[in-house]
Design a protein around this ligand. Structure first.
Ligand code: FMN
Length: 192
């Protein structure tokens, strides 16, 4: 059992919106369901609304890892343990979710040399401008964007009774992204 667990990729699914009534939660639950059906992943479901980080409030630069707050230490340990990430995120005003950016800002090395995939959603641009706005942040953090992204447009038509109504092509795209996250997490583990 321990050997099997050691071979599993520790995947953190981050719910990037924190508003009451957010569609991000049912979409992230769908991502979790597909990922859990894949025996190669051990999942950490990181709901930023539950984690409830304040605005970044550490006196030191995160690169020094001299954290002073229990919430930072807990978040650092969780992100450090992850081998790969999927960010489930909206775009707000053609840019990234501030809760997601804030959660990234708390840490530095914990993100470094780890692959990330995106499931984004919104109106016509499907949240892709929010993902594009994160590009320079990912670059600085040393995160490597991999796999095809799942881009969900007209998102308000896609959730009913708190459930995301996935199309077959979205399931296929997510599975392709998971396969890449697995491969790249192994590659980057050798670099870390
Ligand atoms: C503050 C705010 C800004 C938004 N800006 C955009 C936008 O730039 N592009 C877009 O496609 N949708 C935008 N929307 C609509 C969101 O795509 C839609 O409300 C979505 O449900 C937000 O995700 P959430 O429910 O998980 O928070 C915006 C919504 C909010 C609340």
């Amino acid at each position: 059992m321990a050997v099997v667990e050691a071979l599993m990729t520790k995947l953190m699914i981050v719910v990037g919106s924190v508003r009451p009534g957010r569609v991000g939660l049912p979409i992230a639950k769908w991502v979790e369901e597909i990922a859990r059906a894949n025996s190669e992943f051990e999942i950490d479901f990181a709901d930023l609304a539950e984690i409830n980080l304040p605005f970044m409030d550490e006196p030191g630069h995160p690169a020094a890892r001299q954290y002073t707050k229990p919430h930072t230490i807990a978040w650092s340990e969780r992100v450090d343990a992850a081998d790969a990430f999927i960010f489930v995120t909206p775009e707000y005003n053609h840019s990234f979710s501030p809760a997601l950016k804030n959660a990234m800002d708390f840490l530095k090395q914990e993100w470094d040399n780890k692959p990330i995939g995106f499931v984004s959603y919104g109106a016509s641009a499907a949240g892709t401008r929010g993902v594009a706005a994160l590009d320079s942040v990912l670059g600085f953090m040393g995160m490597r964007k991999v796999g095809p992204s799942v881009d969900i447009s007209a998102v308000w038509t896609r959730v009913a009774d708190d459930k995301f109504l996935a199309e077959e092509r979205e399931v296929e795209t997510l599975n392709a992204q998971l396969a890449q996250l697995k491969s790249y997490s192994e590659l980057f583990a050798s670099v870390r």
